[in-house]
Design a protein. Structure first.
Length: 221
């Protein structure tokens, strides 16, 4: 039986999905944050930041403990930059440079099984306005939800509550949250953001566009 008002938020350590957790909890949903480990180069640092963010939320009554799911991809990704850490897209690259093949398909596949086993009928992702990837389209999410519902006998919705918003608008929603504990970097320098990769550049721009002070620790800054 599905639990009313419960949903999974697929959360990385990044700004968008972290803010989505707090937003959905503020709207009275029982939020199950789920972090999927692929075996990518930055995940150890990212997960540590995520745990600190969740622990620092000012109100955790509607946020369940973090669930982690392992979906290793190193056997199929091979020497891809996300695994090797070599040739990471820098601040001069387009958004398409950071595409991870099948990411949303992989995120959703095992998580939908978790949902069926735990009575949860909705998965939310922090997809933003203008996302260029085919596996972030409304058609993809609707098709996956239909397939999962058929396969598992558990009615599932896949939703993207932030899809009409820019990163600056999402950051404005996140004012007052412990955003210093979020993590967006794909080439971490120890526990810090590198300050030079594609995702660091996106993060800096988001804070600047939103007029929100950037609390991030960038290496060399």
């Amino acid at each position: 039986m599905t639990t009313p008002d419960a949903l999974v938020v697929l959360v990385s350590g990044g700004l968008d999905s972290a803010i989505l957790v707090a937003d959905q909890a503020d709207h009275g949903h029982l939020v199950h944050p789920v972090y999927v480990r692929f075996g990518l180069a930055w995940e150890g640092v990212e997960e540590a930041h995520l745990r600190r963010f969740l622990n620092a939320l000012p109100d955790r009554r509607c946020v369940r403990p973090l669930t982690t799911i392992d979906v290793p991809v190193t056997d199929v990704y091979g020497a891809h930059w996300s695994v090797s850490g070599a040739g990471v897209p820098d601040e001069t690259t387009a958004d398409e440079a950071v595409y991870l093949p099948g990411r949303n398909l992989l995120l959703l596949a095992k998580t939908s099984v978790w949902c069926a086993l735990h009575g949860v009928g909705r998965i939310a992702l922090g997809t933003l306005q203008g996302n260029p990837f085919a596996d972030s389209s409304d058609q993809f999410f609707a098709s996956f939800a239909n397939l999962s519902s058929l396969a598992l006998g558990n009615a599932l919705d896949v939703v993207t509550p932030l899809a009409g918003l820019t990163k600056a608008e999402v950051l404005d929603m996140g004012r007052g949250l412990p955003l210093e504990h979020t993590f967006s970097c794909i080439a971490p320098a120890g526990e810090d953001h590198c300050g030079r990769c594609n995702k660091c550049a996106e993060r800096r721009k988001g804070f600047a566009d939103a007029g929100v002070d950037d609390p991030t620790s960038y290496a060399g800054a």
